[in-house]
Design a protein around this ligand. Structure first.
Ligand SMILES: *[C@@H]1O[C@H](CO)[C@@H](O)[C@H](O)[C@H]1NC(C)=O
Ligand SMILES: *[C@@H]1O[C@H](CO)[C@@H](O)[C@H](O)[C@H]1NC(C)=O
Ligand SMILES: *[C@@H]1O[C@H](CO)[C@@H](O)[C@H](O)[C@H]1NC(C)=O
Ligand SMILES: *[C@@H]1O[C@H](CO)[C@@H](O)[C@H](O)[C@H]1NC(C)=O
Ligand SMILES: *[C@@H]1O[C@H](CO)[C@@H](O)[C@H](O)[C@H]1NC(C)=O
Ligand SMILES: CC(=O)N[C@H]1CO[C@H](CO)[C@@H](O)[C@@H]1O
Length: 381
């Protein structure tokens, strides 16, 4: 009797413990702004910035069978400085972005993670990740307010409310939030405002909430920056009325977790262990939306170990490696200058095949689950 009641629960638990989303970053919508303040704003579509190449999205979905793309954009382009952060958008930029998101989701049937690539800052992307006013910094009169951030997310969610295949990523890599009071508390406050804005728009899709310290997994339970309290002390206080929010985590495997070095020396599983325990204790799930490694055997093993670790732990429901994108050319988004990007059809700086032909087949392709989520509104299961 007891067993027959228990059996369905065992099946439910098994179904719960899986990777739902697997894929790649599509980076390019935030390009072209480095230099003196104002450089590349608003920018020229296809020249300074671009979101995706539809042909390579086809390759990823049809041949590689991934179902998840993280698509970057820049808040200073979506909300030009003359409008300020909020509900008034640049309709041209929005349409270009929506075209990319709709292609991935409505045409290809994959899931798209909407990523304002702003480090929880707005008004000067000229020296990302450090320039610009921290959103909600009340001692900075030029900073956008937490209320404006909520209005921005309310409007964005309204525009995607009928698209079940989007996932809302609140912001890319908040860090160094030092302000009077409690810096990590400010991330909690801004994340909560975004959730409130999204849910008040009537949108039920999955939300991913970042923490402090560039939302690094290894440092989740540690102090980061200049004495910013650990993310673990705040991010379990988020309230989502429909409980469809997960934690957004980034983790690189090189010596200082920056993703700038070709060699992998930081093992993902042991560095993520404390965070995984915290997720479990708080009944939370997470998506690893950025990670990467160089074009060498050791990194292939490190990436393989990391992705297998995610698959083996119920707390992890998805991942996207960094990065493909239409504008990388021979440049390398991470992991040493010679690794190249994950964009199909391109070469690295040495004129050799890029990481789509090295890193991808050696460490990603064998780990793409065959039972990824195919239908239904984005969520925790
Ligand atoms: C809106 O974006 C388009 C395309 O980048 C640009 O040409 C236009 O100048 C922008 N408008 C504003 C007000 O920034
Ligand atoms: C917040 O604003 C004050 C006043 O402009 C500034 O001194 C401080 O550095 C800002 N905090 C951060 C983290 O930017
Ligand atoms: C990477 O590791 C290899 C093998 O251990 C070593 O020979 C090489 O010098 C390292 N490269 C860098 C840039 O540290
Ligand atoms: C994990 O937590 C323990 C106990 O707080 C700490 O000693 C250890 O350094 C942490 N490990 C990592 C990789 O952060
Ligand atoms: C898009 O990708 C396809 C397939 O790799 C390639 O042939 C084409 O040149 C790319 N288009 C652009 C504009 O980069
Ligand atoms: C979209 C994503 O994975 N995030 C990374 C994607 O690519 C951009 C390129 O600049 C990176 O900056 C993001 O960190």
């Amino acid at each position: 009797m007891l067993l027959s009641y228990l059996t369905p629960y065992i099946f439910l638990a098994a179904a719960w413990a899986k990777i739902l989303y697997a894929g790649v970053n599509e980076s390019g919508g935030e390009f072209g702004v480095f230099g003196t303040p104002g450089t590349g704003l608003p920018g020229r579509f296809g020249v300074d910035y671009a979101f995706i190449n539809k042909s390579t999205v086809d390759i990823f979905v049809d041949q590689e069978k991934i179902n998840f793309f993280r698509v970057t954009f820049l808040m200073e382009r979506m909300c030009p400085l003359e409008f300020g952060l909020g509900s008034k958008f640049n309709e041209t930029y929005f349409q270009e972005y929506a075209d990319a998101v709709n292609y991935i989701t409505l045409t290809k049937g994959a899931y798209a993670l909407i990523d304002p690539h702003n480090y929880m800052r707005y008004n000067d992307p000229s020296n990302q990740p450090f320039s610009g006013s921290v959103i909600g910094n009340t001692s900075d009169p030029t900073a956008a307010t937490t209320q404006q951030f909520e209005e921005f997310w309310h409007e964005l969610a309204l525009r995607f409310v009928l698209n079940p295949n989007v996932v809302f990523g609140i912001n890319n890599e908040p860090h160094d939030m030092a302000s009077s009071g409690s810096p990590t508390q400010l991330i909690l406050q801004n994340d909560q405002a975004a959730i409130n804005g999204i849910r008040s728009a009537g949108a039920f899709q999955l939300i991913l909430a970042p923490g402090n310290g560039f939302t690094g997994g290894h440092s989740w339970t540690q102090v980061t920056g200049e004495d910013d309290a650990p993310s673990s002390e705040f991010l379990n206080k988020l309230v989502d009325p429909i409980k469809n929010t997960a934690i957004d985590v980034h983790e690189y495997l090189d010596v200082d977790f920056s993703g700038q070095h070709v060699n992998c020396t930081q093992p993902g599983p042991s560095n993520l262990a404390n965070l995984t325990t915290w997720l479990h204790e708080n009944n939370l799930k997470a998506v690893l939306s950025e990670f990467g490694g160089g074009d060498n055997e050791i990194c292939f093993e490190f990436i393989d170990d990391l992705v297998q670790y995610l698959a083996a732990n119920d707390e992890w429901i998805g991942w996207s490696i960094w990065a493909a994108g239409p504008l990388w050319g021979p440049n390398s988004p991470c992991c040493g200058p010679d690794t190249g990007s994950l964009e199909p059809g391109q070469v690295n700086d040495l004129g050799q095949p890029d990481a789509f032909y090295t890193v991808w087949p050696n460490s990603i392709r064998p780990n793409i689950p065959t039972d990824l989520k195919k239908f239904g509104i984005s969520g925790l299961e």
